[in-house]
Each structure stands twice: as structure tokens, then as C-alpha cells.
Design a binder for this molecule. Structure first.
Ligand SMILES: [Zn+2]
Length: 239
């Protein structure tokens, strides 16, 4: 009987390992996606940042063009001043020149703002480029390992499962069936250990008489609440 109990304990540790592999089957592809998503996001951020800077440069060029046009007009008007006949015409031309100078001054003040915006955009884009480099490096470092781990998991599950099935061969069929049903329906736990006098699977208190039976290891004891196979911790130390 001790051998049967030990076999059940070993089968459960193999099923625990299968459970961990299955968790990894969920987790690792997510980690892989996160690596890839981080690069995609960092690329999109940098592209957006560069577009923002280009838009600033476009506004700068437009304003510079405006200023040049105003200056040309002022020069032209300056040349016309010599040919002015009346005081009225002279005043009108002078006020047009003053208006153009005002427009130039407004445009120059906007240009100063844009220069500051351009400098900030440059700095931000350097940071975005660094973030992209970091994301790419991170992906390069981890992707291959993650992909091979993911590829190996199915094989590990298969070999662990066949190891468990080999162990099960020494058990009576009804016990194998009961074990298998509990693995399927009770959170991958068919075997629970005595945990401070309670079932390690559901927490239900184990009666005194059953605790003695557990220690004696002469029969299989089932939890009265969850039906799992209860084992004394000493089973782990059996040869
Ligand atoms: Zn229980």
C-alpha cells in the first residue's frame, strides 16, 4: 500500500509539472507579444514625433517666406518714396511700410516660439529613438529564447504525461479513473496533503480517526469534503 501511496504522490507531482507547463503555454506567448508590441508602439511614437517636428519646420518655412515677401514690399515702397508728389501719398506709403514692419515683427515673434518648439521636439525625438532602440534590443535578446521555450513546451507536456501514465499502470483501474477525473475536475489536484490537520486541497478539517489512518498508510483515505486522495506528508519521504 505504501508503494501505491508513493505512486499517487509521484503522479501528482508530474501533474503539477504539467500544470506549470500549461501556465507557461498561456504566459510565454503573451510575453512574446508584449516584446513585439513594445517595438511596434515605440516605432509609432517615433514616427508621430518626427511628423510633429516636420510640421513645425513647415510652419517655419512658411513664416520665413512671409517675412521675405514683406521685406521685398518694404524695399519696393522705399524706392517709390522718391517719386512721391503729394503729402497724402507720402503718408499712405509710410503707413503701409509701418504696417508691413508690424507684420514682420509679429511673424518673428511666432518664429521664436517655433524655434523653441522645434528644440523641444528634437529632444523628445531623441528620447523616442532611445526608447525604440531599447525595445528592439530587448526583443533581440529575448525573442529567440522565448520562441524555443514555447516550441519545447508541448513536448515536455507529452513526455511528462507519458511518465505519469507509466506510473499509473501499477494502480488498479478504478483508482486511475478516480485520479484522472479529479485531475480534470478539481483544479489539476487529485492528491492533497494533510496540512496542519486539514485537507490541503479544500481546507476541510480531517477527523482524528482519519489522521491516524493517514499516518498508518494502510489504506487510501479520501477527503470527506472534496473527495481528493489525502496523503500524510511522510509519503514524500518514502523510498
Ligand atoms: Zn478536501
Amino acid at each position: 500500500m505504501q508503494e501505491t501511496l508513493k505512486t499517487l504522490a509521484n503522479m501528482q507531482s508530474l501533474d503539477d509539472a504539467i500544470g506549470r507547463y500549461k501556465v507557461l503555454q498561456e504566459e510565454l506567448p503573451k510575453q512574446l507579444n508584449d516584446l513585439i508590441d513594445a517595438v511596434t508602439q515605440a516605432t509609432a511614437d517615433l514616427v508621430a514625433g518626427e511628423a510633429e517636428k516636420l510640421e513645425i519646420n513647415k510652419q517655419q518655412r512658411a513664416l520665413e517666406g512671409d517675412i521675405k515677401a514683406y521685406q521685398d514690399k518694404i524695399r519696393k515702397h522705399g524706392g517709390q518714396l522718391a517719386d512721391i508728389k503729394t503729402n497724402k501719398e507720402y503718408k499712405a506709403l509710410n503707413s503701409e511700410i509701418a504696417y508691413l514692419k508690424e507684420k514682420i515683427s509679429e511673424a518673428e515673434s511666432v518664429l521664436l516660439d517655433l524655434m523653441e518648439q522645434e528644440a523641444a521636439a528634437k529632444e523628445k525625438n531623441l528620447e523616442l529613438k532611445e526608447a525604440l532602440d531599447k525595445a528592439e534590443k530587448n526583443k533581440l535578446n529575448k525573442e529567440g529564447d522565448l520562441r524555443s521555450q514555447i516550441a519545447e513546451l508541448e513536448g515536455k507536456i507529452e513526455s511528462t504525461r507519458s511518465e505519469r501514465n507509466n506510473l499509473a499502470r501499477s494502480l488498479p483501474t478504478p483508482l486511475i479513473k478516480r485520479y484522472g477525473n479529479m485531475i480534470k475536475n478539481k483544479g489539476n489536484k487529485a492528491v492533497a496533503y494533510n496540512k496542519d490537520g486539514s485537507c490541503g486541497g479544500c481546507g476541510f478539517v480531517i477527523r482524528q480517526q482519519m489522521r491516524i489512518e493517514l499516518q498508518l498508510m494502510k489504506k487510501i483515505v479520501y477527503c470527506e469534503n472534496c473527495g481528493r486522495i489525502l496523503l500524510d506528508n511522510a509519503v514524500k519521504n518514502l523510498a
